[in-house]
Ligand binder design. Structure first.
Ligand SMILES: NC(=O)c1ccc[n+]([C@@H]2O[C@H](COP(=O)([O-])OP(=O)(O)OC[C@H]3O[C@@H](n4cnc5c(N)ncnc54)[C@H](OP(=O)(O)O)[C@@H]3O)[C@@H](O)[C@H]2O)c1
Length: 334
């Protein structure tokens, strides 16, 4: 339980679902952390597509709603029972509840991890939600028999925040990632970051190209965060017993489908994954974060921040993300 307010902080809130114009800068009280909580002063905040779903109402929530699921900063106060963090620690997180678009907040400590000294606050803020997502996708969301060096996977929106991390991490694992993106320039970016093959799905039929690239065999997994626009085509890209891993809805939610169609397409598996199941305990969160920190510190994965917006310009940040104008990660500066 948060006690009496001792500070105030700028924060971005909505009072009803809708477009970017709903995003409003407010001052909010910030108190002392209760049991299991910390107070963190942000140095940077990450922008994610889930923020758009929460703002638009695709993921409905009670109002008013403070937005943002990712940030990095310094621990200012630690509540009873928190043993893994101390006052003064550099830290970063991807975590519910939303509310990271602010200078200062009190929040549950469970998903907040110490940030290695060699990783900047900007990088920490950009990489936690997207990097932990790639960790669980490539390491924990696997087809029967797992993934092995040389295997083909298809990854949509490969030039985005999650996408460019996935391209690099897949290369480090020896996977042949086929990346799709909505322009030739984005395809070139995905290729430069480790995609073995790229497809401009705005101009090319990605099903046909995947069949060509894989010699007709198809891929072992499709990692699909685009949703409505790619769902049907993605199922046609899979090898027999392949795994359709749906994890987002950038183009809109996947419509209802009949499981019966999975049989004739090759006894396919389908899963809908969310990061929040994977980071539901302190232990799993830290293990995944350690894996992520490892690939970043080793240089195998570079966190590319292509857009920076001041907190008060958050409306422009949302517009750019929704209009497919961004590549790599986007952060809000404070
Ligand atoms: N389930 C989870 O655990 C989880 C966690 C993190 C992220 N995600 C999902 O992963 C995806 C990527 O997240 P991100 O924050 O890194 O965003 P992002 O990939 O940087 O941006 C989304 C991209 O999706 C593509 N897209 C395709 N159709 C679109 C449309 N109609 N409108 C807007 N974009 C469209 C665009 O790339 P092109 O122009 O190249 O098509 C766009 O740049 C999102 O769907 C997000 O919800 C899921």
């Amino acid at each position: 339980m948060t006690t009496l307010a001792t500070f105030t902080s700028r924060a971005i809130q909505i009072s009803q679902h809708g477009g970017p114009e709903q995003l409003t800068l407010v001052q909010q009280p910030v108190g002392e952390p209760g049991p299991g909580q910390i107070r963190i002063r942000h140095h940077a905040v990450g922008l994610n597509f889930i923020d758009v779903y929460q703002r638009s109402g695709l993921y409905p929530a009670a109002m008013p709603l403070s937005l943002g699921m990712e940030g990095a900063g310094v621990i200012e106060a630690v509540g009873p029972g928190v043993t893994h963090l101390e006052v003064g620690d550099r830290a970063a997180y991807a975590s519910a509840p939303p509310g990271s678009y602010c200078d200062l907040r009190v929040m549950p400590a469970q998903c907040v991890c110490k940030l290695p000294d060699a990783i900047s606050f900007d990088t920490g803020a950009a990489m936690m939600l997207k990097g932990l997502t790639v960790q669980y996708l490539l390491k924990r969301t696997l087809p029967q028999g797992g993934l092995h060096a040389g295997d083909f996977v298809l990854f949509h929106a490969a030039a985005g925040g999650v996408g460019l991390i996935a391209c690099q991490w897949a290369r480090a694992l020896g996977l042949q990632l086929i990346g799709t993106a909505g322009s030739d320039a984005k395809c070139a970016l995905a290729k430069a970051h480790g995609a073995a093959h790229v497809i401009n799905y705005a101009t090319d039929d990605f099903r046909a190209r995947v069949r060509e690239i894989t010699g007709g065999a198809g891929v072992k997994v499709v990692y699909d965060s685009v949703g409505r626009d790619t769902w049907d085509g993605s199922l046609d890209c899979l090898a027999p017993f392949g795994l359709m891993a749906s994890f987002g809805n950038a183009s809109g939610p996947v419509p209802a489908f009949a499981p019966g169609l999975l049989g004739p397409k090759g006894s396919l598996y389908v899963t809908r994954q969310t990061l929040f199941t994977h980071i539901s305990s302190r232990e799993s969160t830290q293990a995944m974060a350690d894996d992520l920190f490892g690939v970043v510190l080793s240089g195998q994965v570079h966190i590319r921040i292509d857009q920076r917006f001041a907190l008060e310009d958050v409306q422009a940040a949302h517009r750019a993300l929704e209009a497919r104008q961004t590549t790599g990660c986007t952060i809000l500066t404070l």
